[in-house]
Design a protein around this ligand. Sequence first.
Ligand code: PMV
Length: 337
Amino acid sequence: MVLASVTCSAPVNIAVIKYWGKRDEKLILPLNSSLSGTLHQDDLKTTTTIVASESFTEDALWLNGKKEDINAVRYQNVLNAIRSRATKLTDKKHFVHIASINNFPTAAGLASSASGYCCLVFTLAQLYGVDGDISAIARMGSGSACRSMFGGFVKWEMGQKEDGSDSVAIQVQPEQHWPEMNIIVLVVNDKKKETSSTDGMQKSAATSVMMKERCAVTVPQRMKDIEEAIKNKDFETFGDITMKDSDDFHEVCATTTPPIYYLNDTSRYIINLINRYNKASGSIKCAYTFDAGPNACVYLPKDNVVEVLSLFLKHFPGQDISTYYRGPKENIAAIES
Ligand code: PMV
C-alpha cells in the first residue's frame, strides 16, 4: 500500500567563489568557504518524486530513467540522516522509490549534483516530516548542494567544527535584493566530464602548489569582498572577483598532478571574447565563470543582456544559448504532496 508520495523541484546554483577541496571526505567538509547565485526553479532544475510503500521490497532510485545504486555511500548517508530525524512514517515498515529528472545535461559541469542532492534531501524531508536546517544533510550528498537550499545569493561557510555542524549554507541576500542580475548559460559541450569533481578536488588538494594560498588567503578575502559587492549591487567588483576566482580555480586544476583541464578551446574563446568586450566597453559588462566543465555561465545586469546576447550570437551562430532571470520568485518548492 502506498503510504505517501511527494514531488519537489530544486534549482542549480552557479558558484562565483568556487568550492574545491575537502578536509573531510566522509562528512564532505570543504577546505574553503564558497558563494553562489541560485537560479529559479523553473530554469535549470531537478524534479524528484518519492513514493513510500509497504509493498516495496527495497529502496530504489532512478536518475533520468536509469536505475542507480541506492547503496552508494552518499545516498545512504542522506537517507539515514533524514530517517534519523523523521517525525512521519516512523510506525510503518516501508521502503521508498525515488525518481529524479534533470531538465539539463547531467554531470557536464552544470551543477547537476547541486540541484540533484538538494532536491533529494528536500523531498525526503517533506516525506518524513523533517524540519529545521537540512543544508548540512544536502552537503553530505554533494557539497555544492547545500547552497541550492536557498534562493538569491548563498554562502557555504566552511565551518571549524570536526562534526561539520557549522558547515552550513547561509543566505547572503534574498532573490529580491538584486533582481537586475541575469545569467546566460552557453552550453559548449553536454557530454559527461572525464574527471569527476570528487576525483579532481582530491587530486588538487594533494598536489597543486596553489591550494594553500588559495584556501588560507585568497578565498577568505574574496568572500568578504564579494559579499560587500553583492550588498552594494556593485557589478564592477562582483564581476572582477567572479572572473578572477574562475581563472584561479582552473589554474589550480592545471597545476594538479596529473593536470586536469575542464575548459576547451571554445571556453577559452569565450573568456577572450568577454575580456576584450569588457576592455573595449571601459567597464565590466558581463562576467564569466566555469565550473568543472567547459560550459560558460555569464553573470550580467539585465540592461546588458541584449548587447551581450547579440555578441554571443554573432560569434556562435546556432549555439545553444539560454538566458535566466534571477529576480524574485520562489526558490525550492514542493509541487504536490
Ligand atoms: O558539489 P560538487 O562535488 O559537485 O563540487 C562542485 C565544485 C564546483 O562546481 C567546481 C564549484 C562549486 O562551488 O560549485
